[in-house]
Design a protein around this ligand. Structure first.
Ligand code: FAD
Length: 392
C-alpha cells in the first residue's frame, strides 16, 4: 500500500489567519484523508466505483452540513471551516469532495433554508449522520447552463403533486435515499421538493463510461407520474433563486476544494523533481522545472488568499454571487493548469496511478464544467462589472 507523504504548501503563512478551531478541523480532516481516502482512492477510480465505505467516516469528520446549526445535527461551524473541509477532501479526490458538497450545500442547505419545521426535523439529522444520503436534481438533458428552461413539472392533484420529467448528470443519484428536485408548477414557477427512493415511478439509472470523477457515482433521476405529498414541497421559496442560492454555497466550497487538488499536484511534483535524476542532476535543478514549480506555488498562494477573503465576506453575509463566481472560476482553472504542469514534471510516470496527477486532472475537467461552466462564470463577472447581459 502506498504511503501518503502530502505536505501542504503555506507560502504566505495563511495558518496565521486561521483560528485554532479552523486549524483543528482542517488537521483532523487532513489526517482522515491520509488514513482512509488515500489508500483506496486510486483503486476506486480505476474501477469506477464510489467507495461507499467512506460515508460513515465523512459524517464523523463533520463533512455533512458543517455550517448547519448543531440543533439539526450539523457542525455549527463558520464558512472558513466549511471551505477548509472541502479543500482537504478534494486534496484526496474531487469525487469525495463532490459527495460532501452535494450533501451539505445542495441537500441540507435548501432543506434548512427553505424547508418546513417538519422537513428539517425529518431529514437534517439523518443527513448529517450519513444515515441518509441525498442528491440534487437541477440539470436536465436539454437544460444545463440555462436551468430556467427546465421542463420537469408538478401538477396539483389536491392532496399531492404529480411529478414528471427527468434530470441528468446527478451526483450521488445512484445511491441517494432522497433527491432535492427543482420542477415547474402549473403557474410556471420553479419549486423545490423532496423525492424519496421507493416512491412509485421514481428511478435513478447510473451514468457509465466517465473518464472523470470516476470515484463519484453519477446518474439520472427519472420521474414518471410520481406522487409527491404536499408536505414534501418547500414552503419557503419560489423561482430560480431557490436552486441558485444552493449553487452559491456549493460553488464557494468548490473554490476552496480546487486548492486541495492543486496542492496535491504541486506537492507530488516538488517531491518527484527532487528525486528524479536526469543528466546527472535532480530535475529540480533545471530552470524550466523551477519555473513550473515557482508559478504553481504563486498561483496556489493567490487562490488561497482569494478563498480566505471570500470566506471572511461570506461569514459577514456580504459575499456576492458574482464574487463567488470569480473565485470558483479562477481556482478551478488554476488547479487544472497546475495538474497539467505537474503531469509534465512527472514525465511518463505522471500518466500512471502511482501518482495522483492524472486522477486530479481528469476530475477537474468535470469541476470546471459543473456548478456553472468556466465561461458562464466569466459572463457572470462580465455582467456584474458592465451591467450588460451577454448570456442571450
Ligand atoms: C460529473 C458531473 C456531475 C454533475 N452533478 C450535478 C448534480 O449533482 N446536479 C445537477 O443538477 N447537475 C450536475 N451536473 C451538471 C452540470 O451542472 C452541467 O453539466 C453544467 O451546468 C453545464 O451544463 P451542460 O453540460 O448541459 O452544458 P451546456 O449548458 O450545454 O454548455 C455547453 C457549452 O456551451 C457554453 N455555453 C452555454 N451557454 C452559453 C452562453 N450563454 N454563452 C456562452 N457560452 C455558453 C458552456 O459554457 C459550455 O462550454 C454535473 C455534471 C457533471 C459532469
Amino acid at each position: 500500500m502506498k504511503t501518503d507523504h502530502f505536505l501542504a504548501p503555506d507560502y504566505y503563512l495563511l495558518d496565521e489567519l486561521l483560528s485554532e478551531e479552523h486549524r483543528l478541523v482542517r488537521d483532523s480532516v487532513r489526517a482522515w484523508v491520509k488514513k482512509e481516502v488515500s489508500p483506496v482512492i486510486e483503486d476506486a477510480c480505476q474501477k469506477a466505483v464510489f467507495p461507499k465505505q467512506l460515508l460513515k467516516g465523512l459524517a464523523q469528520v463533520g463533512a455533512f452540513g458543517p455550517y448547519i446549526p448543531a440543533e439539526y445535527g450539523g457542525g455549527g461551524l463558520d464558512q472558513i471551516a466549511y471551505g477548509l473541509i472541502m479543500q482537504e477532501l478534494e486534496r484526496g479526490d474531487s469525487g469525495i469532495r463532490s459527495t460532501a458538497s452535494v450533501q451539505s450545500s445542495l441537500v441540507m442547505y435548501p432543506i434548512y433554508t427553505f424547508g418546513s419545521g417538519e422537513q428539517k426535523k425529518k431529514y437534517l439529522p439523518a443527513l448529517a449522520s450519513g444515515e441518509m444520503m441525498g442528491c440534487f436534481g437541477l440539470t436536465e438533458p436539454d437544460f444545463g447552463s440555462n436551468p430556467a428552461g427546465m421542463v420537469t413539472n408538478i401538477k396539483d392533484k389536491g392532496d399531492h403533486f404529480l411529478l414528471n420529467g427527468a434530470k441528468m448528470w446527478i451526483s450521488n443519484a445512484p445511491f441517494a435515499d432522497i433527491a432535492v428536485v427543482w420542477a415547474k408548477d402549473e403557474q410556471g414557477d420553479i419549486r423545490g421538493l423532496v423525492a424519496e427512493r421507493g416512491m412509485k415511478g421514481f428511478t435513478t439509472p447510473e451514468t457509465h463510461n466517465k473518464w472523470s470523477l470516476r470515484a463519484s457515482a453519477t446518474g439520472e433521476l427519472v420521474f414518471d407520474n410520481v406522487k409527491i405529498p404536499k408536505a414534501n414541497v418547500f414552503p419557503g421559496v419560489k423561482g430560480l433563486k431557490g436552486p441558485l442560492s444552493c449553487l452559491n454555497s456549493a460553488r464557494y466550497g468548490i473554490a476552496w476544494g480546487a486548492i486541495g487538488a492543486a496542492m496535491d499536484c504541486y506537492d507530488s511534483a516538488l517531491r518527484y523533481s527532487k528525486q528524479r535524476v536526469q543528466f546527472g542532476k535532480p530535475i529540480a535543478a533545471f530552470q524550466l522545472t523551477q519555473k513550473k514549480l515557482a508559478e504553481m506555488l504563486t498561483e496556489i498562494t493567490k487562490a488561497q488568499l482569494l478563498a480566505w477573503r471570500l470566506g471572511v465576506m461570506k461569514n459577514e453575509n456580504k459575499a456576492t454571487p458574482a464574487q463567488i463566481s470569480m473565485a470558483k472560476r479562477n481556482n478551478v482553472n488554476m488547479a487544472l493548469q497546475i495538474a497539467r504542469d505537474a503531469r509534465q514534471i512527472h514525465g511518463a510516470m505522471g500518466i500512471t496511478g502511482e501518482y495522483p496527477i492524472m486522477r486530479h486532472m481528469m476530475n477537474l475537467e468535470s469541476v470546471i464544467t459543473y456548478e456553472g461552466t468556466h465561461d458562464i462564470h466569466l459572463l457572470i463577472t462580465g455582467m456584474d462589472v458592465t451591467g450588460e447581459n451577454a448570456f442571450m
